[in-house]
Design a protein. Sequence first.
Length: 261
Amino acid sequence: ASLAALTVQVNTLEVNKLPRGYIDGLILSNNAGDAVNDIDVSPGAVRDSTNAFDLRLPSTLTKRLDANFVTGTDQGGLDTGVIANAWYHVWLIRKDSDGSADVLFSLSVSAPTMPSGYTAKRIIGSIVRPAGAIRLFVQNGDHIRWKTSVQNISGSTSVSRVLLGVTVPAGIKALAHLTVVAVTGATESLQATVTDPDVTDVAVDATNFDITSSDTSGFQAGGYVQARTNTTEQIAIRFGIAARTYVVVTHGYDHPRGRNA
């Protein structure tokens, strides 16, 4: 066989393949030189979304959200179109010819527009550009913490279940990290449930709640809670008393990063 043919065979050979769903490293961070537009991705390895290939990034790669994809570090990473204020999903992609890895940004959570010559892929995270700049964050494993927490809701309580949008990626079910605080009336004890919208809705009472006021002196009911979101960035919340003021703040979330795809 020719040297070229042998090279292709070696590049596509699966030796000691990673387990299905595996991911290690590949931590995202805001680039120090251009935090507005650029993301750094640390070295790491994953099993691709079809469980056919290992994808390995040997060194930190910097990619630009404000330019279309070009292979290599400090190059464009956008799969198609022009930059917008939106959630972008970050993909590790594999070059067919030599097995090398690169990073792609896409509005799509399931089907990015792949560059020519790239087939295998795996979602490794998400970023958001809410107002002309990528939101600042810190990532530790699967956990993403906003550098500045986001107040999502300030409204009135309801004894019926309400779906509320929080600052987590669109298109995935993330574990949101939240603070919920409600102001009680005089001599009231106020409880609330904060849940995954897929969980069965149950009335709030003294034995079914996630947060509660500590006494009946008319102070505040609140606390830190975690809740799984639906794919449209929502949690479900329900209170035991209506027409009280409450606030929801998003501190961050846990990203599944393509596991169980």
